[in-house]
Design a protein around this ligand. Structure first.
Ligand SMILES: Cc1cc2nc3c(=O)[nH]c(=O)nc-3n(C[C@H](O)[C@H](O)[C@H](O)COP(=O)(O)OP(=O)(O)OC[C@H]3O[C@@H](n4cnc5c(N)ncnc54)[C@H](O)[C@@H]3O)c2cc1C
Length: 542
């Protein structure tokens, strides 16, 4: 089983096919298929909170539900669906109820409906409306809060997967995993910007924005949506684009997954997928302050062709933290080198272990996904695709956007925060750190109100993460979590106060402002128009 590494978690040099490279993608640790008892309490409380939201977020008075569904009602639902319905007690249930993170394995949905088409989705929504059941849409299952699960019915869209390219557009099933998205597009010489983790779902990613390699050149994933199909709470199958259901179309580009309906397909504008330069650089930790200072003045202002991230990471127990810069360049190796020389000059030193290569688009996406030595087929979970070699993993995440460069005091606080993780009595094999993604470029050329994704003035975004091996002691994980909260708290004077809605954070109290800012009021109006009875609800639902 391959250890899945994170572009936005922690970078680690490794020998990969085609040269020295970097295993990266979702998470640092090898997960096991076994349930993780460590954070069962957190998962249970997530479910409990979701139930509470159903009672307190009321909205307009909902039609009175007709009691709990009986076993016969569930059987009838199963007959009405063209895809399978999995219920507790069935052999497939243990795997069907899982999300990506094992800390949510203690959640127990009443049913998981694998929807093969929009009509299946409408049938599920009629069922939950009739019985007043909680419902959650699920695609890749990567919600950091576990909110693609529920005590009621999971509407799983993964059977609606596939990429159909026609000219410069691509229609993509809402259940498509990112690695299949990239591979389906690349087979026709096309690309759409997206995130790095191969098992993240296109639906969750796109609905909350979608930040990743080439976003500075081509925008967010959601900026490339031309049209989408969605089943709203009333069971209607609607097309949304600039001229039809335009308000819903606006909300579905950054308004966050799970809020307005169940999306069944997206149509994207595509871009040519030629060769691309990949680079990975590292410096000794003693140079960290200078490298951070140089990176933040360089990466957000570089030509759009350049995209870059910066990772600082530490492990419990006193080893020296690491600082690494990675990225891509749309152009020649020599032009990429010229850009990197500017970073080295600003940092005052060359990296100790530079790596740069020109490669095919798909190989670059595999490397970013942590699948450099794997085939596309292997770059999946084995429970999702036979032959898949990835494993699930656990992670806590918080986020920030930064609209101003960090002062020297801010850089000092950042370094102290990372270094302090070495003194945390975390789990053996744990990691903690921060990953910055450069913004600017095409992302910031879109007006904050043009789509629901409001964060259009940041230089970079950051993700604070901590990971641990499955089965770690709960107390050690709790200490890591406390470290992360305190690290994030220490950076309050320097961050903008906005947070990325796709790094959904149950601990964020001012989430409306942090995720949506001035767009929140309009989002509530769209919610009232398309889901007046709040069929779709979770603790941070619009
Ligand atoms: C390891 C990891 C790596 C990540 N890397 C990146 C990255 O590189 N770039 C980036 O921008 N983000 C990244 N993310 C964040 C990611 O974009 C979000 O977690 C996203 O919501 C995951 O989507 P999903 O479909 O996999 O998850 P799910 O848990 O299935 O869904 C997330 C939310 O969307 C809802 N939803 C799912 N399907 C639908 C649908 N069809 N219609 C309506 N609502 C739906 C769910 O109900 C839930 O609320 C990463 C997350 C993780 C855990």
């Amino acid at each position: 089983m391959a250890t899945v590494q994170g572009r936005r978690a922690f970078l680690r040099w490794a020998a990969v096919s085609g040269g020295a490279g970097l295993l990266s993608s979702c998470s640092r640790n090898t997960g096991s298929a076994a349930a993780n008892s460590v954070t069962g309490g957190a998962a249970s409380s997530a479910a409990a909170t979701a139930g509470g939201a159903a009672r307190t977020q009321g909205g307009a008075a909902a039609p009175r539900p007709s009691g709990s569904p009986t076993p016969a009602d569930w059987t009838a639902l199963g007959h009405d669906l063209s895809g399978p319905l999995v219920r507790p007690g069935q052999a497939a249930y243990t795997v069907s109820k899982r999300l990506f993170d094992p800390r949510f394995d203690s959640l127990h949905p009443a049913g998981v409906a694998y929807c093969r088409n929009p009509h299946d989705v409408a049938t599920c929504l009629a069922f939950v409306r009739k019985f007043g059941l909680p419902v959650a849409a699920r695609c890749g299952g990567h919600s950091y809060a576990g909110w693609s699960s529920t005590s009621g019915l999971i509407v799983d869209v993964t059977p609606m997967a596939g990429v159909n390219v026609s000219g410069s557009t691509a229609t993509v099933g809402a259940g498509t995993k990112l690695i299949d998205f990239y591979s389906g597009l690349a087979a026709r010489g096309r690309a759409v910007p997206g995130g790095s983790c191969p098992t993240v779902g296109i639906a969750g990613l796109t609905l909350g924005g979608g930040v990743g390699v080439v976003s500075r050149a081509y925008g967010l994933t959601s900026d490339n949506v031309q049209s989408l199909q969605i089943v709203t709470a009333d069971g209607h199958i609607r097309t949304c684009n600039a001229s039809t259901n335009a308000d819903l179309f606006w909300a579905c580009r950054g308004g966050g997954g799970g809020n307005f309906g169940v999306v069944t397909s997206f149509t994207f504008t595509t871009h040519p997928a030629g060769e691309i330069v990949l680079f990975f650089l590292s410096w000794p930790w003693s140079q960290a302050a200078r490298v951070i200072s140089a990176w933040q003045s360089w990466a957000p202002h570089a030509p759009d062709a350049l995209w870059s991230n910066l990772h600082l990471a530490a492990a419990p127990g006193g080893s020296i933290p690491s600082i690494q810069v990675g990225g891509t360049y749309l152009g020649s190796l020599s032009a990429a080198s010229a850009q990197l020389d500017k970073l080295y000059a600003a940092a005052g030193s060359d990296p100790s272990s530079p790596f740069m290569e020109t490669t095919s688009w798909l190989h670059a996406m595999l490397v970013e996904a942590g699948c450099a030595g794997l085939t596309v087929n292997q770059c999946h979970l084995p429970t999702q695709t036979p032959g898949g070699q990835l494993s699930r993993a656990s992670e806590y995440a918080k986020s920030d956007f930064f609209t101003k460069p960090l002062s020297s005091h801010g850089i000092g606080t950042l370094l102290s925060g990372v270094e302090s993780f070495q003194r945390v009595a975390g789990a053996p094999g744990a990691s903690g750190g921060i990953a910055f993604d450069a913004l600017g470029g095409a992302v910031n050329r879109v007006a904050p109100g043009a789509t629901a994704f409001v964060h259009r003035d940041a230089l970079f975004q950051a993700q604070y993460t901590t990971t641990w091996p499955v089965g770690s002691a709960a107390a050690a994980v709790a200490r890591q979590h406390a470290w992360q909260q305190s690290f994030w708290q220490s950076m309050r004077p320097y961050a903008s106060g906005q947070a990325y809605q796709n790094y959904i954070d149950p601990a964020l109290t001012n989430w409306r402002q942090a995720y949506y800012g001035a767009n929140y009021t309009r989002l509530t109006q769209v919610k009232a128009a398309y889901d007046p009875h709040r069929v779709f609800r979770f603790p941070q639902a619009v």
